[in-house]
Design a protein around this ligand. Structure first.
Ligand SMILES: Cc1cc2nc3c(=O)[nH]c(=O)nc-3n(C[C@H](O)[C@H](O)[C@H](O)COP(=O)(O)OP(=O)(O)OC[C@H]3O[C@@H](n4cnc5c(N)ncnc54)[C@H](O)[C@@H]3O)c2cc1C
Length: 500
């Protein structure tokens, strides 16, 4: 059953085994697992319940309807556009569907191994139908990426994706899938949980934990102008890398370590645009079907200094409005590049940031992102820009635009090093995407330096579990949704064990 603000006329009370805050990658997976184990679950979701009929493929309107902060939030230095979903299904409704397992070396860094996590990945891959894309889904932008990489002898691999054969290649993934082909939580785990009796409140913002004897035993929330009180045996916080610290900081709870909101990773994504003689239409089709894996791992010299890499290099998918914001400048120069938009191919980086920032909230609960791309992350960015230019020139680009404030353009491979060395990467001079807020309630064994333990239960409050992107000790190094789902499925086993 889904209850929306329009269905509620007065204050309400609910009882459940578990209340889950948030319905995205972590919350949706958790709801599926707990209801499959026979538990009574209530899900609270701040955003609206919208379905494919609501996803009208309009770039201008979608941001305000399905993104948190209307898609307009940025780091305090204005460089990174912080993007996350606010609707039933969470950010998975507007994600691209790229579904990577956590790289083994990253699992090891966090204290896990591949064999332990493999069953959880096997399981969640089935839940969202992860498979390699067929050739019909490879658009021109991705074809050029593969062509350039192969000419340069770089490792390039297909990207596993969460979608079905119903995919029509519309390219509107960022506005929600109008065909229910992308396997977001909205069309997979949420309906599964509802069919087993879960109750989902949409338009419902969780405000505070109910705590008794050092244990989380429910949540106070608001829905429209009404109050909702849910009493439960355990609480799962799955409000995302932004929502989870925002909730705990606003409520002033479960933060004896002072670590809530710290350790903010964003995978800041720089972009390039390359003009080709023929039409590319970067907005058309599945955004990313192939990725250059050559530079995924960061290479350091024996003294620990950065040498190269630290990013997945992918095709980009921007619609004209967003591209118009990322392509720099004003007037004739800007207009000239936008006039070529149909002929532009884009690249984008999942940049494995190693210098985190911090999320804070004001008295009204509005988040601020104190985050600056700095240190080795700037070097990674330059390396990505240089290799993107080499890649696209190898694929036949006439000109490559680095969207910095200097309007850096490159026409020959021989110019790449000098031009990239001069590109302006000072804060605010170039727009980065920030689609992966992570790490803000990190897990760890030490209660002084982490928010949740290795089973993702709060160090401070028994019965409070976290299952979303905030638990990771560092950036994941690849797109994070499948890692979030796999860890949520793992945490679900501890939630169930704690109640039985
Ligand atoms: C444009 C874009 C493209 C992306 N593409 C990919 C991709 O291809 N592959 C990939 O792996 N990842 C991708 N991601 C990232 C991925 O979607 C997210 O990392 C993932 O969905 C995060 O899961 P989560 O459970 O942490 O939070 P979310 O999925 O964001 O869910 C959190 C939910 O909690 C709700 N919430 C917050 N606060 C409250 C509150 N107080 N009360 C009630 N509800 C609350 C929010 O409204 C939201 O619905 C993309 C992200 C963006 C923005």
């Amino acid at each position: 059953m889904i209850i929306q603000a329009k269905d509620v006329t007065g204050d309400r009370r609910e009882e459940a085994d578990v209340v889950i805050i948030g319905s995205g990658a972590g919350g949706g997976t958790m709801a599926n697992e707990l209801t499959a184990a026979g538990l009574k679950v209530v899900i609270l979701e701040e955003g609206k319940y919208q379905t494919r009929e609501d996803f009208h493929q309009r770039e201008d309107k979608a941001f305000s309807r399905i993104y948190g902060g209307r898609g307009l939030e940025s780091s305090e230095d204005t460089s990174v556009n912080v993007l996350y979903g606010k609707l039933v299904g969470g950010t998975t409704v507007l994600y691209w569907g790229d579904s990577y397992r956590t790289p083994p070396e990253r699992l090891a860094k966090w204290g896990f191994d591949e064999a332990t996590m493999a069953p959880f990945f096997d399981h969640v891959e089935k839940l969202v139908n992860v498979q390699l894309p067929g050739d019909r889904l490879v658009n021109e932008n991705n074809r050029l990426l593969v062509e350039g990489a192969r000419k340069l002898g770089w490792k390039v691999e297909k990207i596993p994706g969460a979608r079905t054969e119903a995919c029509t290649n519309s390219g509107h993934c960022l506005q929600g899938c109008s065909y229910d082909a992308k396997q977001s939580q909205l069309v997979t785990n949420i309906p599964r949980a509802l069919s087993r009796g879960a109750v989902l409140y949409a338009d419902c913002r969780a405000r505070k934990l109910i705590v008794e004897n050092g244990r989380a035993v429910g949540v106070e929330a608001t829905i429209g102008s009404a109050k909702l009180t849910v009493r439960s045996k355990a609480v799962v916080l799955s409000a995302g890398g932004v929502g989870t610290p925002r909730f705990l900081l606003s409520a002033g709870q479960a933060n004896s370590s002072g670590m809530v909101g710290k350790n903010l990773y964003l995978n800041p994504g720089p972009m390039t645009f390359s003009a080709f003689p023929e039409a590319v239409r970067m907005w058309h089709g599945v955004p990313a079907t192939w990725a250059v894996e050559e530079f995924r791992k960061t290479v350091y010299d024996p003294q620990g200094r950065y040498v190269r890499g630290g990013y997945l290099l992918m095709a980009n998918n921007l619609q004209p409005g967003t591209a118009g914001c990322v392509i720099p400048g004003f007037g004739a120069k800007h207009r000239a590049w936008m006039a070529r938009f149909e002929h532009l191919a884009g690249t984008y980086a999942i940049l494995d940031d190693e210098n985190p920032g911090e999320l804070t909230v004001d008295a009204a609960g509005k988040p601020a992102f104190n985050y600056t791309v700095r240190g080795n992350d700037v070097l990674k960015c330059r390396d990505f820009l240089a290799n993107s230019a080499r890649l696209m020139l190898a694929a036949g680009a006439e000109e490559v635009l680095i969207p910095d404030s200097r309007f850096t353009t490159i026409r020959k491979a021989s110019e790449v090093d000098a031009k990239i060395a001069e590109a302006d990467l000072s804060p605010g001079s170039m727009v980065f995407g920030g689609p992966h807020p992570l790490g803000t309630c990190r897990m760890g064994e030490d209660a002084k330096t982490s928010v949740v333990d290795m089973r993702c239960e709060s160090h401070d409050l028994k019965g409070l579990f976290v299952a979303d992107g905030s638990i990771f000790p560092t950036s994941v190094g690849v797109d994070p949704s499948l890692s979030i789902m796999a860890f949520a499925a793992r945490t679900a086993t501890y939630v169930v064990a704690s109640l039985t």
